[in-house]
Ligand binder design. Structure first.
Ligand SMILES: *[C@@H]1O[C@H](CO)[C@@H](O)[C@H](O)[C@H]1NC(C)=O
Ligand SMILES: *[C@@H]1O[C@H](CO)[C@@H](O)[C@H](O)[C@H]1NC(C)=O
Ligand SMILES: *[C@@H]1O[C@H](CO)[C@@H](O)[C@H](O)[C@H]1NC(C)=O
Ligand SMILES: *[C@@H]1O[C@H](CO)[C@@H](O)[C@H](O)[C@H]1NC(C)=O
Ligand SMILES: *[C@@H]1O[C@H](CO)[C@@H](O)[C@H](O)[C@H]1NC(C)=O
Ligand SMILES: *[C@@H]1O[C@H](CO)[C@@H](O)[C@H](O)[C@H]1NC(C)=O
Ligand SMILES: *[C@@H]1O[C@H](CO)[C@@H](O)[C@H](O)[C@H]1NC(C)=O
Ligand SMILES: *[C@@H]1O[C@H](CO)[C@@H](O)[C@H](O)[C@H]1NC(C)=O
Ligand SMILES: *[C@@H]1O[C@H](CO)[C@@H](O)[C@H](O)[C@H]1NC(C)=O
Ligand SMILES: *[C@@H]1O[C@H](CO)[C@@H](O)[C@H](O)[C@H]1NC(C)=O
Ligand SMILES: *[C@@H]1O[C@H](CO)[C@@H](O)[C@H](O)[C@H]1NC(C)=O
Ligand SMILES: *[C@@H]1O[C@H](CO)[C@@H](O)[C@H](O)[C@H]1NC(C)=O
Length: 824
């Protein structure tokens, strides 16, 4: 019943929203044209005056303030008041003016990664609307102003990696919305204010790499009523001069995920109570002076993935209960005083990758069970008091430096043979378990010799085969342009992307040419041509293959249709530009190859989860795709497109769900970027025609043959509809394309039929988000190009609808870290 009520309410809301949309003059206009207030203009002038701007990034701050809210770089306004100043990575020097206190509407100040010196302005404390302060990675000095605690809405204060000194003002905890406080990597001294232990809002407290001293206060989570849950999740206090004991009260912070107290002077024992921190993922107490035993309660830390207790003075034995740490990946107990046997139960922690028990006083044998830890990549038991045989797999995988310093341990290297075979080893284990030092029989010798001979024969065959192939290739008529290709490849190397010189491999014997752009792959033209390939799909541009290289790396190769691609010179010029494009949501072009007969191959990263189209439409009924995943895909695509439009000045022209690819974490990457630039105009017309049949084509394209940012937005809108409805645009729905179908249903009467049934299960919680997203998508597929929003606006809207995802994904299209919207 409740559900029904909610949905009919949403129905009402929706009609209101539609009306609102049609009357709103233009979303894209925003607040442009409103002149900045006098007070804010004065403050902007003062700000500019005290900054040093060697790169001239503030060039646009030139007029008398008329354009401050519409054209000045880094400034955002609402109603003529500055709400955000965002100038990160701009090479700015000088100081931050105290006049900053005049921006009464300022919500966000982001000047990180510059070369700003001088103090953090105390006048920040006068800003009632301030939510985010990002001044990290500068050269600010002086102390943290206590006044900042007066900002009632402050959420984030990040002053890390500066030269701040003095002590931490306890008043910072007065900001009851402060959830991220980062003062790490400074030279702050004094003690940690007790007030921080009672903040109901802090989630991240990062004070590492300072000169803090005294003990860590032991009043965590004590002040407010019992039913308040403390929010602290990340507590990093490492690399300070803290002393005293580990506070027992940390156990009250039930949401803690990470505690790092390493590299301090902490002593005493580990409180048993910490075993109740069931959300803990990382615990690092290393490099202190902690004594006592390994707490048996730790067997309850089932989520823990990293446990570092190295370089302390812990003793006694490790309890068998350690196998309760089911999710543990890294266990480092090196350089302590642990005694007793290494518990065989450690082998029950099947995901263990690092096990360091070196420099202790463990005795007895290394348990055979450790051989079953298949994911172990690093193992060290050196400098203990171990004896007996090293289990065979361990001795094969690790060299002697992992075992040395144990007087009675044997069998891990030729110089440490075991005195005699172990008393009872089962015949079935002989092959793999214990090394035996018996004499070789004649039969063995014959077998070994035969084996060696066959290996040599095999090698010979390979060499012969290679020679034959080479000969055949070079006997083909050689391309007359070979030397020319080599010359032009040198030029390409010089023009290569900023990230590093492109390596080029001139023709050689195959007569082709391979040009690498920056990226992780190393392969030659031969490697590429000899890779095993399977066809992934065909399109108007050409055929896509999945190629597996000799070293096991996989790449996606697109073989372009020769008839519709531009001539070599033009092609190379354009492709060099495409090879520079790097963004987390854009499929990276890693190399291209020009064959002797004019073949053109493009090499991209291989995306294991295939295309968005198959992800959505070709899955079993069991595999549901939740709303958060769909939303993060929509955001990723929008970020990528926004980057293309605003930073690269590229129109995609053929955005469809089949050329959005998904990596192993389902992050989207836009494929086929800029391919239209490599095509002749005839080729491009062809593509536009095809896009139309797939239902992604903006209506105006039937008359004008020119793709634009607005036709891309139309396609983006269709993809968002696809995510919302779970329907493919090509599958006819009442004879209408997807955009028209959704619009028709919405027009008739509100019905939740539009949404994918899977999403409806969660409808009571996400109803409004679905609705707002639908509204946005419909805005994008508006028949009139001028009415459609810009990518930047689509992005802001999506982030507003689901801010919790916005905060976890990669930087936006501007390359800027956070959006004002995030602070809401
Ligand atoms: C101010 O800068 C903008 C952008 O750099 C430029 O378009 C405009 O002409 C400049 N105005 C003046 C008065 O110099
Ligand atoms: C704090 O700042 C440091 C240095 O800038 C950074 O590495 C770290 O990730 C930040 N931590 C948080 C929780 O913001
Ligand atoms: C921080 O502490 C270290 C070690 O005691 C000392 O060498 C350094 O001078 C201190 N730095 C400041 C700025 O106090
Ligand atoms: C905490 O408990 C008090 C009284 O028992 C109650 O009035 C208050 O609403 C509770 N607060 C929360 C957050 O549950
Ligand atoms: C683990 O937690 C359970 C339930 O909270 C508790 O009863 C048990 O004593 C704990 N185990 C240890 C070893 O502390
Ligand atoms: C196990 O650890 C990983 C991090 O390595 C974490 O993402 C995951 O949530 C943990 N699992 C549980 C059950 O806590
Ligand atoms: C692993 O755990 C099971 C039960 O949880 C136990 O029976 C077995 O002995 C453990 N294995 C080792 C090697 O301790
Ligand atoms: C071992 O590693 C592989 C690959 O990283 C992973 O898929 C598997 O789940 C891991 N095994 C365990 C038991 O954690
Ligand atoms: C190592 O442990 C044994 C007991 O197992 C003890 O006798 C010996 O003194 C310890 N050695 C060191 C160096 O602590
Ligand atoms: C090694 O362990 C044995 C007992 O297993 C003990 O008697 C001996 O003292 C230990 N040696 C050292 C150096 O700790
Ligand atoms: C042993 O292996 C480690 C890495 O696993 C390596 O750093 C070290 O140099 C090797 N030592 C010898 C003696 O081979
Ligand atoms: C093993 O630990 C010892 C002492 O902690 C260290 O010197 C050595 O490099 C380590 N070896 C490996 C392979 O990690």
């Amino acid at each position: 019943m409740d559900k029904l009520g909610k949905w009919s309410n949403i129905g009402v809301l929706f009609t209101v929203v539609l009306v609102f949309l049609s009357f709103q003059v233009a979303w894209s206009k925003g607040w442009d044209g409103v002149v900045v207030t006098q007070a804010d203009f004065q403050a902007l002038s003062a700000l500019k005056h005290e900054l040093v701007d060697p790169r001239g990034v503030l060039r646009s701050w030139n007029d008398s303030g008329v354009g401050a809210c519409s054209g000045w770089v880094g400034i955002k306004c609402v109603n003529g008041q500055v709400i955000a100043i965002q100038l990160p990575w701009k090479g700015l020097g000088g100081r931050i003016s105290e006049k900053i206190g005049q921006f009464q509407a300022l919500r966000k100040l982001s000047l990180h990664d510059n070369a700003l010196a001088g103090p953090v302005p105390t006048s920040l404390g006068f800003l009632p609307n301030l939510r985010g302060v990002y001044l990290f990675n500068n050269r600010l000095s002086g102390s943290v102003p206590a006044s900042i605690g007066r900002c009632p809405l402050l959420q984030t204060l990040d002053l890390s990696n500066n030269q701040l000194s003095g002590t931490i003002p306890p008043s910072l905890a007065q900001s009851t919305r402060l959830y991220r406080l980062n003062l790490s990597f400074n030279a702050i001294s004094g003690s940690i204010p007790v007030s921080f232990t009672q903040s109901p809002s802090l989630i991240f407290l990062a004070l590492q790499h300072n000169n803090l001293s005294g003990s860590v206060p032991d009043s965590w989570g004590s002040k407010v009523a019992r039913n308040t849950s403390y929010k602290l999740q990340f507590l990093t206090l490492d690399h300070n001069l803290l002393s005293g004991k580990i506070p027992v009260s940390l156990s009250k912070l039930s949401l803690l995920q990470q505690i790092n107290l390493s590299h301090n002077h902490i002593s005493g024992t580990i409180p048993d109570e910490l075993g109740s921190l069931s959300k803990l993922l990382v615990l690092d107490f290393s490099d202190n002076a902690i004594n006592g035993s390994f707490p048996s309660s730790f067997s309850n830390l089932t989520a823990l993935s990293t446990l570092n207790l190295g370089n302390n003075i812990l003793d006694n034995h490790i309890p068998d209960g350690i196998s309760g740490l089911k999710n543990l990946s890294v266990l480092n107990l090196n350089n302590n005083k642990f005694t007793g046997q290494i518990p065989a139960a450690i082998a029950n922690i099947s995901g263990l990758t690092v096990l360091d028990l070196s420099k202790n006083n463990f005795s007895g044998e290394i348990p055979d069970s450790l051989d079953t830890l298949t994911n172990l990549t690093s193992f060290n038991v050196s400098y203990n008091n171990l004896s007996g045989l090293v289990p065979s797999l361990l001795s094969k995988k690790y060299n002697s430096s992992a075992f040395v310093g144990n007087l009675e341990l044997c069998g891990y290297s030729p110089s440490t043979p075991c005195p005699s075979p172990p008393p009872q080893s089962l015949p079935s284990q002989q092959g793999t378990s214990r090394p035996h030092h018996r004499k070789l029989s004649a039969k063995d010798i014959i077998l070994i010799a035969a084996g060696a001979l066959s290996v040599i024969l095999l090698l010979l065959c390979c060499v012969l085969l290679c020679c034959l192939i080479k000969k055949k290739v070079s006997s083909k008529p050689k391309n007359g342009k070979a030397s020319g290709a080599a010359a032009s490849s040198t030029r390409a190397a010089k023009q290569s992307p900023s990230g590093g010189a492109a390596e080029t491999e001139p023709g050689g014997e195959t007569g082709g040419k391979l040009v690498h752009f920056d990226g992780p792959f190393v392969f030659t033209a031969d490697d590429l041509l000899c890779a095993t390939a399977e066809i992934m799909g065909k399109s108007t541009y050409g055929t896509a293959y999945k190629a597996t290289l000799e070293d096991g790396n996989q790449v996606a190769v697109k073989r372009l249709r020769e008839k519709i691609t531009k001539g070599q010179k033009e092609f190379e010029h354009e492709v060099a530009e495409l090879g520079k494009i790097r963004h987390p949501s854009i499929l990276a072009l890693r190399a291209y190859y020009l064959g002797p007969k004019g073949e053109k191959l493009l090499v991209y990263d291989y995306m294991s989860n295939g295309s968005l189209s198959s992800f959505l439409h070709a899955r079993g009924p069991e595999t549901a795709i939740d709303w958060a995943t769909r939303m993060s895909i929509a955001m990723g695509i929008t970020r990528g497109l926004c980057f293309l439009h605003t930073k690269e000045n590229i129109i995609h022209g053929n955005l469809t769900s089949s050329n959005i690819l998904l990596d192993e974490k389902n992050n989207p990457r836009i494929g086929d970027v800029g391919l239209s630039r490599l095509m002749t105009s005839a080729g491009n017309t062809n593509v536009i025609a095809t896009a139309g049949t797939l239902g992604y084509r903006a209506p105006e394209l039937s008359k004008l043959k020119n793709a634009s940012t607005k036709t891309d937005i139309y396609s983006l809108g269709v993809i968002i509809l696809e995510l919302l409805t779970g329907k493919s645009p090509s599958e006819a729905t009442d004879g209408l394309d997807l955009a028209a179908w959704v619009a028709s249903i919405v027009k008739e009467e509100w019905t939740n039929e539009v949404f994918d049934v899977e999403l409806m299960r969660d409808a009571p919680n996400i109803g409004e988000e679905l609705l707002n997203t639908l509204k946005l998508a419909l805005h994008c597929v508006d028949p009139s190009p001028a009415a459609r929003p810009e990518t930047q606006q689509v992005l802001e809207k999506l982030e507003e609808i689901k801010p919790e995802i916005a905060a976890t994904v990669n930087p936006g299209c501007s390359g800027d870290e956070e959006k004002v919207g995030d602070e809401e």
